[in-house]
Design a protein around this ligand. Sequence first.
Ligand SMILES: NC(=O)c1ccc[n+]([C@@H]2O[C@H](COP(=O)([O-])OP(=O)(O)OC[C@H]3O[C@@H](n4cnc5c(N)ncnc54)[C@H](O)[C@@H]3O)[C@@H](O)[C@H]2O)c1
Length: 263
Amino acid sequence: MKIGSADVALVTGAGGGIGSAICKALLDRGAKVVFADIGLARAESVRQQLGVGDDRAVAIALDVTDGEAWGRAVETAEAALGPMSILVNNAGVGHRCPLAEDDPQRWRWVLEVDAFGPFLGCRSVLPGMLARRRGHIVNIASIAGFSGVLGMSAYCAGKHAVVGMTESMRIELAETGIGLTLVAPGSVATHFFANSASAISARAREPELGPDPLADGITPDRVGRRIAEAIIGNEPLVLTHPEWKTALATAYADRFASVGVGA
Ligand SMILES: NC(=O)c1ccc[n+]([C@@H]2O[C@H](COP(=O)([O-])OP(=O)(O)OC[C@H]3O[C@@H](n4cnc5c(N)ncnc54)[C@H](O)[C@@H]3O)[C@@H](O)[C@H]2O)c1
């Protein structure tokens, strides 16, 4: 889908990291952008730093786990900027804790943000997009959507759910004119773990934080630009880290090579 001034994009988790980089890349391509985040002040400050006027960008408070808030967000966004043609389900949280010691409330919360949030987002914008026969949805999963990660069972479960949901949507949306891109980033240098930990501390005992494994990741700006390209090319799957292509293909082949078949 060509991106231009007639497009309105809503990006969740736009208050920093990959989300704000996606907003910037879409603005650079001419789209109008809704910066949505559970932290309105963070989203508004990113919008102001980018120096765009409120005729091209607005910041709104949105907790992606709240269905009614989604309804209000889409209404507000469309009243301010026009019909929504791009949705990027980017907001996400995660924590590290062995499953045997994990807090059920925290585990459920990660699933709600990472999996139920994208479902609510798609459910909220798709009727309008289908009626207009135009739109593109980007779901941000992770390499953790294709493999296990030590001490991250909730995050992996949530990201596997996003992969499964997106692959089902792909079948449903074929021939509708609505594009769909699944993004599986490897390490990106953001404050993901610190941000999640401060949100988690309000809900459960904060898990031990070791050294930040994302410090050596690629820049969020690279991911943002890559996602804008993927919308334009209607690319089904983006792996931001090429080395994961072979690693995941090998892991899947190994998994099936060793499986016992038959009832
Ligand atoms: N950083 C990485 O290495 C990496 C790798 C793979 C996938 N991802 C995914 O990329 C996405 C963005 O992560 P990031 O690295 O930019 O982290 P980040 O912490 O910088 O950004 C996440 C944003 O989501 C917002 N958020 C959290 N809960 C929310 C909620 N309930 N409703 C609305 N907004 C909420 C936070 O306020 C924050 O601004 C996430 O889905 C993450 O899982 C990140």
